[in-house]
Write a new protein. Sequence first.
Length: 668
Amino acid sequence: MLTGTQLTGDLSSMPGALGLDSVPPDVTPRISQLQIRLQVRLPGSAVSKAYPESVYQWLVKVLDGLIDFGQRHGHYGVIKLTKAEYQWLDDVLEELICSVGENENHPLAPLMDFIIRIIANYEQTYVPKLTERFSELAEEATTEISERENNQTDANTSKPSDNELAAHAFFCIGHLLEHTNWDKKKISAYEKAIGLKPDFWEAFYNLGIARYDFRQYTKAMVNFNKAIELNHNFASAYYNRGILKSDLKDYEGAIADFNETITLKPDHIEAVNHRGIAKSKLDQHESAIADFDRVIRLNPNHADAYYNKGLENNQLRNYQAAIVDFDKVIELGPNDIAAYNNRGYANYQLGNFQATINDLDKTIELDPNNFKAYYYRGSARLLLGNVQVAIDDFDKVIKLKPDIAEAYYCRGVAKKQLGNSQVAIDDFDKAIDHGLNSSEVYLNRADAKGNSGQYDDALVDYTEAIRIKPDFAEAYYNRGNLEQKHGQYDEALVDYTEAIRIKPDFAEAYHNRGSLKGELEQYDAALADYTEAIRIKPDLAIAYYNRGIQKALCEEFDAAIIDYNEAIRIEPDYAEAHANLGMAKAGLERIDEARSDFQTALELAEQQSNTDLKAFVENQLQQLNQAASKQSNKKPRRGGQWKGKVKIAEDFDELPESFTVFFSGEDE
């Protein structure tokens, strides 16, 4: 009787093999500019030069003094100054005259104009008294004021009001305090400017940005709305309101604002870039790519646009196009860690595992603590069969992030592949303890328990995997394998059949159901299942091998030889197939050919340290040689086959669905 039927192994996959795609490791789109601030007195320039810290300290004191001054007097018009107030203003003015001089574009020019106005108003009304009491000071100030006002008269056709002049002074202080240790004071300055000049749209705009900086988003929105209400053609206000709406996840509203910005300024690169990002958030990936392409046309060296486009192509599974995009990012910035990471991911999805490893090597060189890079490199190494170095990478992930359940899971998969079932079980236990309640981790722990002889516990885990994921064909299949090995044929038949119902193209399930039917002597049904397995997966060598056994059982030796030869064509080192090919040829009295096949099988058995097969083949060769030496007319025993042990293929460990959350690109 032929008892050499072999089973395909437990089907679990290494990470990614069953199509449970991981999300790229870094998927946060890039932006180049968040806000554009206005400085009224410096058209076209939003950045002031840096001054020593002592200057900003002095400016804050001036701001506080002017606010207090206005509160005491109730206005900034004609004021009767005290001696102390006059002296303070004169000291401030002296500092400003030294700094500003005649430069009307100096950031502090509005402040100097304002203080001159206060002093001028005072002196025009109270100069007789001032001359009597402070003649020298009054004369000096009057000369300075006269010269300054003469210059203003020549330069301006209309004289600004006291409040307007004051508003511009406070505005200039707020602007100068941007990005300093005193930048919270800028809010007070802008608020004061708006209080003095309620239609001051530039101040509303800058106040909105200031509040955005301090995460006062609701108030910032009100300020941007007011700036736009006062100036409908204010492109920068639409742009920054769009950024704020994006931060608040109002992507439709953000796109509308970016559209307005682009209408007003068609070459506003960052508005186009941000609109693409907002579209991406709404899964409008093709349209987002069109925006990033537009950015690139406007600026062919815009690295962020190439990067964002690469992310979109990854989302659309256009991995080759994504690689081209990340190539350009790296060309523009050779040390761009995220670009290497995401190009590595694209290569991973294309099965270019060595390229993935190369990219992640560079990521790790630039950022030795990038735990995601170690994870993906470990996965790629595992898929290339470099199991021990994959374990080293997962060890590093766990060292950097001890609470990452997925790292324990993947390390368990690798250890299981090395045959270290108990230590693999320990890792699967830790993965579950850290919250990885996935069907895949239970499937693989069940496989490891089955390999360790923990039959009942393995069945419990397979059943739990099926409870979590009722359509998990591989769990039914693996449970069927375990049941078949332990003689529970009825249960195994039910599980194989269910696996096929869920996954009609499951070649291995057809194959193993065929092997089970063969053991139950349902030969025609077994042949039908083997044939279907081969139709689905023409390179499944074990299916040809076992179908050959079924045909040999029926003494269809010519047909069996065809199947054994096909198995050997697919796997030239398939020692068992060479042995059974020899048996079939012996059955047809092709003794010399049989001897040659046995000899090949013997050599392969020795290379593979398969002592049972070696002993079987040596016995068959001895029988052939004895028959030949006696010139016996007795035919060799017909129907004999190698009685091999069940051969288990590599386990197949699925990537947990939770990886799509773990690698979603959120900042850890």
